[in-house]
Design a protein around this ligand. Structure first.
Ligand code: WT7
Length: 656
């Protein structure tokens, strides 16, 4: 965050009370109600979560034990049996929602489809049966690499129905990135499409799958199921690739939901960390189902009449939790949009809201800042009166963007819920309950019931009011990650031992900096580790550095984030070259392209700075603090005595 942003946030004193009409009809109606729920949840977590689990979910078999906490490993609802798709689909067929719209889908070129709960159930059962025919069994991993089309929801639910953990890979990731994830997950089947529409172009997902699997690149993959979306010609590998529309002909729609153990893996989702390749975050059945269900209900205040639109891609946790699992478990209507605002149609989001009378809109600050730049005329020219609640997620929202969202999109009528959470947390952790919690622009406000959050120093001691520190969670919650796939050490050490446990008290380290104000409100300040948040997408600096050094011209690389107006942060790469190569515009361009090929467009560095050497300590550690200051054009301040060679600094400065 820039100094100006930090200062404006520190001075933020505005308070917005929930409108009385909103509170009266809300799931949680007052601050007192929230406080009493919160107190109950911490006084007796097992009673609190046990009661919710019994009330809100369908079980094939009740659990024996609500919580088994063997720090840092946890199990929830031990011995219980359920299926997430029974909760998301089957139960709505007999509770009056059979013919209610479950999913509205709007394609970018303007085509659209809707599915009632009965129709979605049927599609899911059919795809589940097709997966079985392809040899997928309970426990087998299925990779999903798709555009934003209804079949991505159907695919995820079909996997969940037969107990095959899915691993969705964002369609914007490169073939290389896809391959890494499929290899780690040892996927047996991949579900993809012939393409999808995004910003007036076709996203060539099938081509990327072909590249990732070429030369038996991922030996575990036996079959590829391909959905027809664009109708363009794609290469289908004989014996491996099969069309969904062909296999679907005549397949039975009878596929009972597999009873799963509470702790069976529901999905693996890869995310960036400080070190190494992306890690497979493991979420399990019962805890994730309950946590996304109840956060959707209380934070998004979902009612039967709501149409909820979360603009995230399903390739991220936000899409998993708040497009698919949370809304469907609640029997709500969820909306999925294939496209993105683009020059040929900058007002498309507002058209979608107007067309479908969306009531709850959930997007990211980077999108809000883009809309601000495009001007008020676009939203003002549409009827947005159906909206009643706005949400924000992905990065800290600056008070200016918050106020614009409130005024221009919400017409000063809709509460804003700024939800802080992570891939690892499964669902939102710190967020206002819109009928209960007064909001302050820029603050994610108070922890969700059952979540004990705090701000501490490196030793785990709480810091004072308004003092910056590390954001930690002090207790287990049902939606938390269970482990890192095939790598429990990467679970234990960065999350639970970063702050040394004391007397059996383990603190979950979030990687975020924060402060708590006099009202106990949390203000998230951004990542404190080597993870960069670009337009709400998380990237490890090390991943980008590895991509750069895999290019023959590059000897060493160091990547840092620099504040940027729309994206929040952008990447700047400092690069030293192998002998025989010299710095040039062309090489910079080539290196940017190389990173796109290795990871995907989201990782494209905004700037490459060539240098003869990187600032290092005597033990050879790159001093990123120095690079961050240089990239931002700021004075390098603080103790520089550990630098091995101060001359490097002068050279880097001169180069700017
Ligand atoms: C990181 C997690 C789960 C949401 C999508 C991103 C940042 C997320 C907020 C917020 C301030 C936020 C944090 C967090 N973040 N939401 N409301 N205010 N920062 O999931 O890719 O796992 O990234 O996003 O830095 O650690 P993710």
């Amino acid at each position: 965050m820039s100094q100006a942003t930090i200062e404006s946030i520190l001075q933020e004193e505005r308070l917005f009370k929930p409108p009385a009409e909103f509170s009266q009809a809300a799931q949680i109606k007052s601050l007192e109600e929230y406080q009493s729920l919160y107190e109950k949840s911490v006084a007796d977590p097992e009673a609190f979560w046990g009661q919710l689990a019994a009330q809100e979910l369908h079980w094939f078999q009740k659990w024996d034990k609500v919580l088994d906490w063997q720090p840092p490993f946890v199990q929830w609802f031990v011995g219980g049996k359920l299926n997430v798709t029974y909760n998301c689909l089957d139960r709505h067929l007999s509770n009056g929602r059979r013919d209610k719209t479950a999913l509205i889908w709007e394609g970018e070129p303007g085509d659209s489809r809707t599915f009632t709960y009965a129709q979605l159930h049927r599609e899911v059962c059919q795809m589940a049966n097709v997966l079985k025919q392809l040899g997928v069994k309970k426990g087998d991993r299925v990779g999903i690499y798709m555009p934003m089309i209804p079949e991505v929801a159907i695919a995820m639910l079909a996997c969940a129905r037969i107990g095959a953990p899915h691993t969705v890979v964002f369609g914007g990731f490169s073939a290389e990135a896809l391959k890494d994830r499929l290899l780690d997950a040892q996927a047996k089947v991949v579900i993809t499409a012939d393409g999808g529409w995004r910003k007036d172009a076709i996203v060539p997902v099938k081509e990327q799958v072909n590249k990732a699997l070429a030369d038996n690149g991922v030996p575990s993959v036996e079959k590829v199921l391909v959905v027809q979306r664009t109708g363009q010609l794609v290469h289908m590998e004989p014996g491996r690739d099969l069309w969904w529309h062909e296999l679907r002909e005549g397949v039975s729609a009878d596929c009972p939901a597999e009873p799963m153990d509470s702790e069976d893996t529901l999905f693996i989702l890869y995310t960036s960390g400080t070190t190494g390749k992306p890690k497979g975050i493991v979420h399990t059945t019962a805890g994730y189902n309950l946590y996304t269900h109840i956060t959707t209900k209380w934070i998004f205040d979902v009612k039967d009449t709501d149409i909820l639109w979360c603009t995230a891609d399903v390739g991220w946790i936000t899409g998993h939790s708040y497009i698919i699992y949370g809304p469907l478990s609640n029997g709500a209507t969820t909306l999925m949009y294939e496209g993105a605002p683009r020059s040929s149609n900058p007002g498309c989001f507002w058209d979608v809201i107007q067309k479908y009378r969306v009531t709850i809109f959930y997007t990211a600050p980077t999108a809000i800042r883009t809309f601000m730049k495009m001007g008020e005329e676009l939203p003002k020219a549409r009827d947005l009166s159906s909206l009643r609640l706005l949400g924000s997620v992905g990065e800290p929202i600056n008070p200016t963007a918050w106020m614009w969202y409130y005024r221009v999109i919400g017409n000063e009528r809709c509460p804003i819920t700024d939800t802080w959470w992570q891939t690892e947390t499964g669902g939102a952790m710190i967020a206002p309950l819109p009928g209960a919690t007064p909001t302050k622009p820029g603050s994610a406000t108070l922890p969700f019931p059952g979540v004990i959050a705090d701000v501490v120093d490196a030793n785990g001691n709480p810091v004072g009011e308004n003092q910056g520190g590390y954001l930690v969670i002090k207790n287990p919650w049902p939606g938390m990650l269970r482990t890192v796939y095939r790598n429990p050490d990467r679970y234990r050490s960065p999350y639970w031992e970063h702050i040394p446990p004391k007397n059996g008290q383990y603190l979950y380290f979030t990687g975020d900096g924060a402060r708590k104000d006099r009202d106990g409100y949390f203000w998230i300040m951004g990542r404190v580790d080597d993870v960069i948040n670009i337009a709400g997408h998380r990237l490890g600096t090390m991943e980008v550095e590895s991509a750069l050094v895999s290019h023959p011209a590059v000897s060493e690389a160091a990547v840092v984030g620099r504040p940027e107006e729309i994206k929040g942060e952008e990447l700047v790469a400092f690069v030293t070259l192998e002998s025989g190569y010299s710095a040039s515009e062309e090489l910079a361009k080539e290196l940017k392209q190389h990173v796109v090929r290795e990871i995907g467009a989201i990782a494209r560095p905004s700037e490459i700075r060539f240098t003869d050497a990187l600032p290092k300590t005597r033990s050879g550690k790159i001093v990123r603090r120095v690079l961050r200051a240089l990239a931002a054009g700021q004075e390098v301040v603080g103790d520089l005595s550990t630098l091995e060679d101060r001359g490097v600094l002068d050279q880097l400065r001169a180069g700017t």
